[in-house]
Design a protein around this ligand. Structure first.
Ligand code: ADP
Ligand code: MG
Length: 380
C-alpha cells in the first residue's frame, strides 16, 4: 500500500511527503455498556488507513483517495465543505482542530485503506484518527491524545451526522500492539491489558445483514436502562448510571419495573462485570475464560437484551457446536459480525463450516476477516 501511495503522490505532486497511519478497531467485550457508564474493551487492529502528507504553502487541501480514485480540493473555512463524504472526514478533522485552537494550513495528501467499509470495524475512525494525529504532529499543536480522539468524534457528529460515542476514535488513537484498552465510559479512565493469544486466532464472521429495527430498538433499550437505574436510585442514591448498580440492587426493584426493563438491566450489569472478569483472565493468560465470557455476552445480547438476530445466533451456535473458544455478536446488534476466538487448529474447519452452512441457510456467503491487535495512530 505504501509504495502505491508513494508513486501516486510523486505523480500528482512531484515530491515526497511524510507517512502517517491509523487503524480500525474491534471490541472484545463490553457491548451496550457505554451509554450506561460502564466499560468497553476495544483494541486497534492490523488494518487501517495510511496517508502521505506534505504542506503545500497554500490555504487549500489537495487530497487524493486511492480507493475512490478521486481527487478533491477544498479550503479550510466552514463554507468550504466538500461534497464527497470521504473528503468531509478530512475537512471535519481540519475544522475541529482549528476549533480547538490548533493551527492547520494547506497540505497535499494521498491516502488508502484496507478496513472494510461499514463492517463494524470503524473505517471512518481510522480515517479521522490518521489525519487528527498527523495534523497535530505536523503543526506541533500539542493537542493531547484524548482530545485527538474527540476531534474524530466531533467530526462524526458535525460532518458525518453520526452521533457516536468515543470508543472507536479512542481505540484508533490509543491502540497498541498486543494490548486491549479498558475504557471507563463514565470517568474516561483507561488501562491497557495484554492480549497475546498465542495458539489462537481472532476472526470476524460478517453476516452482511443489517436489520432495520436498529435505531428504534436502540432508543427503547436506552429507555429501559434509564428506567431501571431510576428505580434502583430510589434505594441507592449513588447510582448515577445503571453500571453503578450491584446485581442484588436490581433484584430489590424487580417487582417495581416491567419485566422487560429488568432483563435489559440484568444484561448490562452482567456485562460490566464480564469486562472486569475478562481483564482478570487476560492478566493470567487464561483465554479459555475469556472465550466463555464472550459466549455469556452473546447469550445476554440475544436473550436478555434482545439485540441479536437469526443470522448471528446461527453463527454463534455453530461456533459453540464446533468447540470454538469464544464467540459473540460484536457491535450494537441486529446484524454485522460475530467476533470469534478460535484455536489455530480449529480455524480452517470453523471458517469453512461457517461459510458453507451460513450460505446454505441464508442464501449468501458471510465475509471473513482475520484481525490481530496492533498499533493505532502513528507516524511511520
Ligand atoms: P465504518 O463502520 O466502517 O466506520 P462508516 O460508514 O462510518 O463505516 O464509514 C465509512 C466511510 O468512511 C466511507 O463511506 C468513506 O467516506 C470513509 N472511508 C473509510 N475508509 C476509506 C478509505 N479507505 N478511503 C476513503 N474513504 C474511506
Ligand atoms: Mg464509522
Amino acid at each position: 500500500m505504501k509504495t502505491k501511495i508513494q508513486e501516486k503522490f510523486k505523480t500528482l505532486f512531484g515530491q515526497d511527503g511524510v507517512f502517517y497511519a491509523s487503524a480500525g478497531r474491534i471490541n472484545l467485550i463490553g457491548e451496550h455498556t457505554d451509554y450506561n457508564g460502564g466499560y468497553v474493551f476495544p483494541g486497534a487492529i492490523d488494518c487501517g488507513i495510511m496517508a502521505e502528507i506534505k504542506l503545500n504553502g497554500t490555504q487549500k487541501v489537495k487530497a487524493f483517495s486511492m480507493d475512490y480514485d478521486e481527487f478533491v480540493e477544498f479550503g479550510l473555512g466552514e463554507e468550504d465543505k466538500p461534497e464527497q463524504q470521504w473528503a468531509r472526514y478530512i475537512f471535519g478533522v481540519c475544522r475541529e482542530t482549528i476549533k480547538r485552537g490548533g493551527k492547520v494550513e494547506g497540505f497535499n495528501t494521498v491516502f488508502a485503506g484496507d478496513v472494510p467499509l461499514g463492517a463494524g470495524l470503524s473505517s471512518s475512525a481510522a480515517l479521522e484518527s490518521t489525519f487528527a494525529f498527523a495534523l497535530n504532529d505536523i503543526f506541533k499543536n500539542n493537542i493531547d491524545k484524548f482530545e485527538l480522539a474527540k476531534i474524530g468524534q466531533s467530526t462524526e457528529h458535525n460532518y458525518a451526522g453520526v452521533k457516536c460515542g468515543i470508543m472507536d476514535q479512542f481505540a484508533s488513537i490509543f491502540g497498541k500492539k498486543g494490548s486491549l484498552i479498558r475504557l471507563n465510559c463514565k470517568t474516561l479512565e483507561y488501562k491497557y491489558f495484554p492480549f497475546n493469544p498465542e495458539g489462537y486466532k481472532l476472526v470476524l464472521i460478517d453476516s452482511c445483514v443489517k436489520h432495520e429495527l436498529a435505531s428504534s430498538a436502540y432508543n427503547k433499550r436506552r429507555a429501559s436502562c434509564e428506567n431501571a437505574a431510576a428505580a434502583i436510585r430510589k434505594n441507592h442514591p449513588e447510582v448515577e448510571f445503571l453500571s453503578d448498580a450491584k446485581r442484588v440492587w436490581l433484584d430489590e426493584v424487580r417487582e417495581d419495573i416491567p419485566e422487560e426493563d429488568f432483563l435489559r438491566a440484568e444484561y448490562v450489569i452482567g456485562e460490566v462485570q464480564r469486562v472486569l472478569d475478562v481483564c482478570d483472565a487476560l492478566e493470567r493468560g487464561d483465554y479459555e475464560t475469556v472465550g466463555e465470557m464472550m459466549y455469556q455476552t452473546h447469550f445476554g445480547m440475544s436473550r436478555l437484551y434482545e439485540v441479536s438476530c437469526e443470522e448471528l445466533d446461527f453463527l454463534n451456535k455453530l461456533a459453540r457446536k464446533m468447540d470454538v473458544t469464544g464467540s459473540r455478536v460484536m457491535g450494537g446488534g441486529f446484524g454485522g459480525c460475530t467476533i470469534n476466538l478460535v484455536k489455530e487448529e480449529l480455524y480452517e474447519p470453523f471458517v469453512k463450516a461457517a461459510k458453507e452452512q451460513f450460505e446454505a441457510k441464508f442464501g449468501h456467503a458471510p465475509k471473513v476477516y482475520d484481525v490481530v491487535i496492533s498499533d493505532g495512530a502513528r507516524k511511520l
